[in-house]
Design a binder for this molecule. Structure first.
Ligand SMILES: [Zn+2]
Length: 509
């Protein structure tokens, strides 16, 4: 959960995060089409987005991306990434654009572009890159989407199909990020089905063209284009790790029947990019591995202080000053706008949301304005010393059916109000989980000294590789599941191979 939220309630899954807001506010009335020359192919194309329009829409969307994800608060790292991006963009077909490169404060493995020259990489994807040249490969690919006007082309198609320009643009951008995603993404079935309609417009040819352009920009900036191969290998290893992790936890491994099937597979991309890279015979400078590892030394890994950190069944939000503990066997899901404690069956949970000040000053106002109940009863109570109000009642859902409500409003640390609601698949599931839902709710507390000590986020550090190997490093790692495999994954040797003794490797502390 991020401390500052600017948007009203939205879907809990991250990849669809911009959908309700955009569809509500950004549908643009019929736009005139014009003809522009594609800077990459030189061909003319009909479009609803000429260059000034690309820049204007990109700028608007840029602000919402920054608000939703947050900018990673490290100016030295931002400047480093921006410098790499500017050097690549200068060698592109659209060096005239005012390019911006932003590291987002997100653990997701993600990179995306908006029309007009706005490029994003998450600190999550940076943790998995091995060198400056790898990162340049990711950025080069995203620059390729902009120079070849893929966002504008998609917007034009979507406009014809009746979806707003900005909606199409951002959805495409964010969902491409999902395409880059791995471990977390495969668990995220819901967003995939929501995404399916849009991702279909994300052409296989556009992806391969972005790969080709990325390779070209690498070559022009003295990075070996074969680093594009490394990047795709990293993505492939993410897929393997996600599958292996699912198997280890006894979950079913999803294959085929999701939107990945409409995307060029990483296997396919790997083959094609190997062919492309083999055509380059230039002399290239060093891959900037030492500089890169120095730049990311100390970078946050996983959840950040601003997002709040999950440790086992506990959730700690240091800036907001509260903690929660899930009942035994339950899981904590930390999303941008809510924390959910979910039971083992996945059919009941406690959703905790921060209530914006504009929703009301008293608990009664909040219940009225946010929940809009038909009827119900109110009970004044306290929760670990905080004043709280319990509400049980009914409201009408969108289909006009009566829907039971069980929520508690609590005024937590710094007078911030929170809404805690019981959610379930059906009445039976609610009844079975009730005792534990109550236990989850009762765990809401001000951070204790012990909580504060446990709330420290993880960071990437570099150390010299030693004889004990990753097995030894894993024993000192705070990573809770499959630490040895995860360390191999972030060091690019999940598929095999081993660093030389004394070589710098990444660890998580
Ligand atoms: Zn792409």
């Amino acid at each position: 959960m991020r401390r500052t939220q600017h948007h009203s309630p939205r879907h809990i899954w991250r990849d669809t995060l911009l959908l309700p807001w955009l569809l509500a506010s950004a549908l643009l009335a019929g736009c005139a089409t014009s003809t522009v020359r594609n800077p990459v192919t030189g061909e003319n194309e009909r479009t609803v987005m000429d260059e000034p329009r690309e820049i204007a829409e990109g700028k608007k969307a840029h602000q919402s991306v920054l608000q939703e994800y947050g900018v990673y608060p490290n100016q030295r790292l931002q400047a480093y990434v921006n410098d790499i991006g500017q050097r690549l963009a200068k060698q592109s077909e659209r060096s005239n654009l005012a390019w911006t490169f932003t590291v987002l404060d997100s653990p997701e493995i993600n990179a995306f572009a908006l029309p007009g020259g706005f490029i994003y990489v998450t600190r999550g994807i940076m943790a998995y890159m091995e060198s400056e040249a790898d990162l340049a490969g990711v950025i080069g690919h995203e620059i390729g989407h902009v120079t070849a006007r893929h966002g504008a082309q998609r917007a034009t198609r979507q406009q014809t199909a009746g979806v707003g320009i900005v909606a199409a643009t951002i959805l495409g951008a964010v969902l491409e990020g999902a395409g880059v995603g791995g471990a977390g993404q495969l668990a995220n079935q819901m967003s995939q089905s929501v995404a399916a309609g849009y991702i279909a417009s994300y052409g296989r040819e556009q992806e391969l063209q972005a790969d080709r352009l990325g390779a070209e920009y690498l070559a022009r900036t003295q990075y070996d284009p074969r680093n594009m191969v490394d990047v795709i290998q990293v993505l492939k290893n993410q897929e393997r790790f996600a599958a292996d992790a699912a198997r280890a936890e006894g979950r079913t491994v999803s294959t085929g029947a999701n939107w990945l099937s409409s995307h060029p597979s990483n296997d396919q991309r790997l083959q094609e990019i190997q062919q492309i890279a083999s055509k380059y015979q230039g002399k290239y400078g060093d891959d900037g591995r030492a500089r890169y590892l120095q730049a990311i030394n100390g970078m946050t890994f996983g959840e950040s202080r601003e997002q709040g950190v999950t440790r086992g069944r506990n959730f700690y939000h240091e800036p907001m000053g509260f903690a929660l503990t899930a009942p035994a066997g339950w899981k904590v899901q930390n999303e941008a706008d809510a924390i959910t404690l979910v039971n083992a069956e996945g059919n009941a949970g406690l959703v905790v949301k921060a209530v914006p000040a504009k929703a009301g000053g008293t608990h009664e106002e909040i219940i009225r304005n946010v929940l809009k109940p038909e009827s119900g009863r109110i009970l004044r109570t306290t929760l670990n010393g905080f004043s709280a109000t319990r509400f049980e009642g009914v409201r009408k859902n969108q289909q006009g059916q009566a829907q039971p409500l069980e929520v508690t409003v609590v005024t937590g640390p710094s007078s911030q109000n929170y809404l805690m609601g019981f959610v379930s698949k059906d009445a039976d599931a609610l009844q079975r989980a009730r005792r534990q839902l109550q236990e989850a709710e009762a765990s809401f507390r001000a951070l204790t000294a012990a909580d504060r000590a446990a709330a420290k986020p993880w960071a990437i550090r570099t150390v010299a590789y030693q004889r004990g190997g990753f097995a030894q490093l894993a024993r000192q790692s705070p990573l809770p599941s499959l630490p040895e495999q995860q360390l191999k994954l972030i060091n690019g040797v999940y598929g095999g191979g081993e660093p030389a003794a004394g070589q710098l490797v990444k660890v998580v502390e």
